[in-house]
Design a protein around this ligand. Structure first.
Ligand code: ZN
Length: 467
């Protein structure tokens, strides 16, 4: 199975081969995180915690179950989620008076509590997040990390005294995203979704999409400005400095295990995973190359190298299994370890370690005298070139078109749109693609025509087929 030939088959095969998740659990779309997969996800979660803690968010943990009465307070929200929630209807043998929703997302769990927590402007801004699992009854074909019914994700929720302060939060979220995506070596596109595609209850939604190598987009997260759409029905208000009661402005930001799905899809190859150094369980693996005569000497040098790298904070593994080097290479290639270090008699004589990069296959040597520093530098180079390579592939998919005859599938199309929903719907129907929206935060001088009605427009949007 080859990535170029059948992306979906290839993706499923890689997840299985690398043993990231076990889909044999007897509930469809609810997969088991294996030790290797979970270790990577936990690493991603660690960076998310670091970022959110570092920007003044507090971690919380809300209950999984939400009373139907709270869930239904915001009418668009319930409309958007009604068909994809799991319900708890019984406790033991008793039918519940008020059914309980298994959280699909936590607005309706948190906001009744926010209305108790927030009293005055001194309680603002309120910035909290949680890293939990959410549940959605996905009816399309499930796919590990990309389309599942139990979703590991983080959600941050904030309350502000003004629309402007909430807008500042969105800018902060965008900055957090850029730092996390850099660690994952993932390029992405930020676009303001169309009115019919925004999150149920949101004032506007910024979708975060990454382009998969089959030319389809994968939405890896989203950021929403709610204005007072939720604070009004949930009664989240504060007394401002003039003694007036006002509703808070709210935002949310969330990303899920799709981040891992994106890393697999974007970076892995036909041999296995290719892990970005920042989230690799092992960043380097040391393979001893020895004969009967020098086994002891080589093993001692390998152990010393391991200790030196570990002391500098590099996640390193010495593979001292009794197996041929070739079969060790094969195993670590599947796992996607960014850097393979080979150490043999000749290397020791020359005072070097031989390295092989997982991403490009490139070979070279590092001076053994400064092995930790040298290894660190090569890991940085790997991360940089993984991001560059992915960004250039993403860029190559963006195709400008001027009329409907030029529509091509599995490309990111860019074209003029007058903004009239009728034209937007017409485009989506005739192309069988989805408008991602206009680029967030990028004022561009564009003068063109709406692809449907031909009216002059200064607005350009992107469209794609989603995964
Ligand atoms: Zn138009």
């Amino acid at each position: 199975m080859q990535k170029k030939e059948d992306f979906n088959e290839w993706y499923n095969g890689i997840v299985e081969k690398a043993n990231l998740s076990d889909k044999r659990y007897p509930v469809k779309g609810m997969n088991v995180w294996t030790p290797y997969g979970w270790r990577i996800m936990r690493m991603i979660d660690t960076y998310i915690r670091e970022e959110l803690d570092g920007t003044g968010h507090d971690e919380v943990c809300f209950p999984l179950l939400i009373p139907e009465t709270e869930f239904k307070k915001e009418k668009d929200h319930i409309k958007g989620f009604d068909s994809e929630v799991f319900w708890v209807t019984h406790a033991g043998e008793n039918e519940l008076d008020v059914r309980l929703v298994v959280r699909p997302t936590s607005e309706t769990a948190m906001y009744p509590m926010f209305s108790l927590w927030i009293r005055s402007h001194q309680d603002l801004p309120l910035k909290v997040y949680q890293i939990v699992n959410a549940f959605r009854y996905e009816t399309k074909q499930t796919r590990a990390f990309i389309r599942v019914r139990e979703i590991h994700f983080f959600e941050s929720h904030t309350c502000h005294d003004s629309e402007e302060d909430a807008q500042r939060q969105i800018e902060e979220d965008v900055a957090i995203l850029s730092r996390i995506a850099r660690r994952l070596c993932l390029p992405y596109i930020l676009s303001v979704r169309t009115d019919w595609d925004r999150f149920p209850g949101a004032h506007y939604t910024v979708g975060i999409d990454t382009v998969m190598p089959n030319g389809r987009t994968l939405q890896i997260g989203s950021i929403h400005h709610y204005r007072t759409n939720f604070s009004e029905p949930y009664g989240i208000s504060f007394e401002d400095s003039d003694g007036q009661r006002r509703f808070v402005h709210q935002t949310t930001y969330g990303m899920s295990e799709r981040l891992l799905g994106a890393v697999i899809g974007v970076h892995a190859d036909d041999k296995g995973l290719v892990m970005p150094p920042d989230i690799a369980s092992f960043q380097a693996v040391i393979i001893p190359i020895f004969s009967k005569n020098n086994a002891e000497e080589v093993m001692a040098a390998c152990a010393a190298l391991r200790d030196e790298l570990a002391a500098e904070g590099i996640r390193v593994k010495l593979d001292d299994r009794d197996a041929r080097p070739g079969s060790k290479y094969y195993d670590w290639e599947i796992k996607g370890v960014p850097l393979r270090l080979e150490l043999g008699g000749r290397d020791i004589e020359n005072g070097v370690v031989t390295f092989v990069r997982r991403d490009t296959g490139e070979k070279g040597t590092i001076d053994i005298a400064s092995a930790a520093q040298g290894t660190g530098l090569v890991l940085e180079m790997i991360a940089e070139s993984m991001l560059e390579a992915a960004a250039s592939i993403q860029g190559s998919y963006i195709t400008d078109i001027e009329d409907m005859d030029s529509v091509v599938k599995e490309r990111i199309l860019r074209f003029g749109w007058c903004g009239d929903p009728a034209c937007g719907h017409a485009f989506e129907e005739r192309s069988d693609m989805k408008i991602l929206g206009h680029r967030y935060g990028q004022a561009e001088a564009y003068e063109g025509r709406c692809i449907i009605c031909g009216k002059p427009t200064g607005k350009r949007v992107l469209a794609a087929n989603a995964m």
